[in-house]
Design a protein around this ligand. Sequence first.
Ligand code: ADP
Ligand code: MG
Length: 461
Amino acid sequence: MTSSFSSLPLSPATLANLQQLGYEAMTPIQAASLPVALAGKDLIAQAKTGSGKTAAFALALLAKLNPRWFAVQALVLCPTRELADQVTVEIRRLARAADNIKVVTLCGGIALRGQRASLEHGAHIVVGTPGRIMDHLERGYLTLEGLNTLVLDEADRMLDMGFFDDIATVVKQAPKERQTLLFSATYPEGIEKLARQFMREPQQIKIDAPAAESTIEQRFYEVNRTNRLETVGLLLNHFRPVSTLAFCNTKQQCKDLVTLLQAQGFSALALYGELEQRERDQVLAQFANRSCSVLVATDVASRGLDITQLEAVINVDITPDPEVHVHRIGRTGRAGASGLALSLASMNEMGAVGKIEQYQNAPSVWFKREDLPPTGSGRLLPPMVSLQLLGGRKEKIRPGDVLGALTSTEGGEAYTREQIGKIQVTEFCTFVAVDRSIAQAACAKLNAGKVKGKSVKVRVM
Ligand code: ADP
Ligand code: MG
């Protein structure tokens, strides 16, 4: 595969512009996806952050654009305002080659009126967040009749933020005859659902991050029946991971460990089979948004769990199946980050440890319980706190509504996007993570104010 931009059907002006920008060669995801995208085909492209995905779709949509026709011909959906702004900047730089291409950014937090005026002046390309785009569509400020390229950028994050329904609403207003390009850093289940509903025989392209980038450090500790569970607390206070997934072999062990950790002042929750769906949703929401330090789970219960940031995995019990062991520890150290895999083994688990060594073709490295002094100052606390709003999809609440209520200047301090974490809308309630330092005040602000024009009940979880 050649990596020169000149191998692509791009105009000489575009090629000259790329050279001016210092884009000497295509990045791997660009080399793999641009030929497909420029041929007009639907595409699902997966590559890590910083790999040049923006140019991969921007060059494709620009190549098709007719500057003399004043209609929105391309729409890029992004999860946040910051990302939409970045995409707009990159598209403008790449569009310099052609004359007068208008790119308009439509995101929340900015008056609708000004955005409406920008649209009225003629926009070729719209970049924005699903909620705000929906607002413009509903009011008739924006129409997608002339659209020929739809881009879902950072699709995994949009799904993470609960935008599936909003995306669906927007896409339904786009012409059926169009090209759809989906970009994502990871490939959670929801992506397939998006592809099935909104794409036509998409070609899938995946650029793997080099294997060396994820490093998992494995440490084994010898324990006995009486000190096994309390060793978990020692590990947590010593390594102080923000998020830890602790595996037990039985449901009873999960319950016992969570009881002990909670008594020791840790923020810990259990996940095992037989939890009601509603309880399971609550537990997962709190762990995924970093407002719970430790999730204690059985292997079965943790299946399908997709948590991207996981600093540590603890094998509270050694699994008799070495394949399961590798699967467990592989959940940490993802996406270029380093991870810690800590395993507790008693004398009668040494056979299972031996099988793991054979399977991994590497000896286990042992450390001592005595060498786990507490580090840092004070209790290990999660950085975020979850607020639960009584009201969800049934009440038509969208992540943007909650974000809007928290960042608005009315009824108290206006919080910044950085103080607000994941917002997850479920059927009947909504979870929003906020910085620990603002939890009580943010809860009071939401309780006193309105979300989606209505009063809501909110509690700190
Ligand atoms: P991603 O969306 O995959 O996270 P971006 O599209 O934001 O990545 O690109 C990351 C950076 O790489 C940007 O600053 C962009 O300008 C730059 N870049 C993209 N393609 C090239 C290229 N072919 N050569 C040099 N720099 C590039
Ligand atoms: Mg990107």
